[in-house]
Each structure stands twice: as C-alpha cells, then as structure tokens.
Design a protein around this ligand. Structure first.
Ligand SMILES: [Ca+2]
Ligand SMILES: [Ca+2]
Ligand SMILES: [Ca+2]
Ligand SMILES: [Ca+2]
Length: 289
C-alpha cells in the first residue's frame, strides 16, 4: 500500500531538488544580497495583503474593489517565522475553515509525501498575480525536496479522510484548503524557474487531502524524518558513509554491506534502537558493527 502510493509522487518540485543540488555546488558564486531581498519581499507582501481579500465563494484572492475585509485584517491569516540560510523570513498561511476530524496525526511533517490540489501564482507586483502552475486533480508531491515555504506552509494544514469508492473518482471528506504566501527567499530566490521571474514572492492556493505518515523514501524502515541526522531540515546533507546517496536515499546507510533494514537485531522493525556493541551508535550507522 505504502509503496504503491509512493509511486505516484510527482515532480511538482523536481526543480527544487535540482536547486538543492546547485546550492551545494561550491563552484557557484552567489553574492546576491538575500537579506536585502527579504526586506523588499516582506514589504511587498504586506502591501499585497492590504490590497486583497479572500473570496469565499470561489476560494480565490482578489483585489479589493468595495468594502471587503483586507487579508491583513482577516483573522484567518496567520504567519510564522522560517529560517533559511541564516535569514529569518515571515511565511503567511490562510486556512479557510479549520476542519477537525478523528485523526491522531492530521498534519504532515517536513519530509512526507502529500496528496494535494494546488494553484501556484507569483506576485507580478502588489496588485497582480500570474498563474504558473495548476493541478485541479489530486497529485502526490514530495515535501522532502520542496521549497521551504511550501514545506513549512503545508505543516499547518490538516488532511481529510479518504471516502473513495472503487471505480469512482477519488473523494475526500475534510482536507483543509486555503493558501500560503511566501517571500522569494523561501521559494526560488534569485533564480529564474520556468516562467517565474527571479525574486518573486509566491502564493499557492492549496488543499491537503492526505499524506503518508512517516514517509520512508528508501524503504529501509527508518522514516525520512529520522534520516535528517543533524536536524537542519535538509535531508540532502546527511550521508554517513559518504557515498553518492544521502541517507534518506541509501538502503545501507553506513556502507558496511549489511542493509539498514537488516541491522535490526531485536527484530522490532526499527533499526534506530539496535546498538549491539553498546558504543552509542546504532548498528545501521555503525560501519564496524
Ligand atoms: Ca529511510
Ligand atoms: Ca540534515
Ligand atoms: Ca537510509
Ligand atoms: Ca553497521
């Protein structure tokens, strides 16, 4: 079941993966002033939020043309700080209607595969948006490799419940909808991405239908969230054996020839709690045991 679902993870953000790789490339010299751009974007987004409102009839963000409530005064608009590359950014998110259903883990983590619908737009200026991508039918997306604003925004949304009937279209009950609005620093920064100009704040109109709990990209029975060993919210820079695969894509994390899934001495399905030589390093990360 889990494996089948994962096959549908789609490349909404393959470009984000490419970006991540580029970012680690020491040959790229980037003297762009990201801190200054963060201030510019923050001001633009504030003005945008003053000039627009949320139209509940068609779930869109529109320019105020009468006495609608500006987003900045709409109690449903929330914000939080997200640090990326040592800069603290402000990320806004808007949940149209909070939906609580019986679910112990309604929100995804930063590393999960999510089932969503969305429409992405960039701010051309503080009064106009330009659509760059839209998925009306549900698609699977991988948060692990996605842009920071997208990842941190989705954490705030609750999934729905699958009510699909065999042979009929996928149907979900609940599944919160709304939007995320992010500065360019949490999106594609000063790079051009498809039709999106450099330094563009983005807005994603979204609905979270479902996600895979404890998404495990390499199926080694260590959830991807636990393969971010240094806890820096980036799974691409954790590579215990220094081979070409970061741990979350490596089925033998310590490169000792024994697959991680088989370094489970107590057989409880969790390799992270087995340390047979008692040296403080679990066997799956211990090349000499
Ligand atoms: Ca894993
Ligand atoms: Ca990491
Ligand atoms: Ca692994
Ligand atoms: Ca080992």
């Amino acid at each position: 079941m889990l494996k089948n679902k994962f096959l549908y993870v789609i490349p909404l953000v393959v470009f984000a993966l490419i970006y991540s790789c580029g970012d680690d490339n020491g040959s790229v010299i980037d003297d762009f002033d990201h801190a200054a751009q963060a201030i510019i974007d923050n001001d633009s987004i504030d003005i945008f939020l003053e000039k627009h409102y949320y139209d509940d009839t068609d779930n869109t963000v529109k320019l105020i043309d009468a006495n609608q409530t500006p987003l900045i005064n709409d109690a449903r608009l929330k914000s939080k700080s997200v640090t990326f590359d040592d800069i603290i950014y402000r990320l806004h998110y808007f949940i149209k209607e909070e939906i609580v259903i019986d679910d112990n883990n309604p929100n995804p983590t930063l590393y999960d595969s999510i089932l969503i619908t969305y429409k992405g737009e960039y701010l051309q200026n503080t009064e106009s948006l330009v659509n760059f991508e839209e998925k009306i039918s549900p698609v699977w997306s991988d948060l692990a490799g996605n842009i920071s604003g997208f990842r941190h925004g989705f954490l705030e949304f609750r999934r729905g419940r699958n009510r699909s009937v065999e042979g009929e279209p996928i149907t979900y009950e609940g599944g919160e909808r709304g939007f995320i609005i992010m500065p360019s620093g949490l999106a594609y920064r000063n790079g051009i991405r498809g039709s999106i100009p450099a330094n563009s704040p983005l807005i994603f109109h979204i609905r979270l239908l479902d996600y895979i709990e404890d998404t495990d990209h390499d199926n080694d029975s260590v959830p991807t969230i636990l393969e971010d060993l240094d806890g820096d919210e980036n799974v691409f820079n954790d590579n215990t054996d220094g081979d070409q695969f970061p741990n979350f894509q490596d089925r033998d994390d310590d490169g000792d020839g024994i697959l991680t899934i088989d370094e489970d001495a107590n057989g409880n399905g969790d390799p992270t709690d087995d340390d047979t030589d008692g040296d403080g390093t679990p066997d799956y990360l211990d090349p000499d045991n």
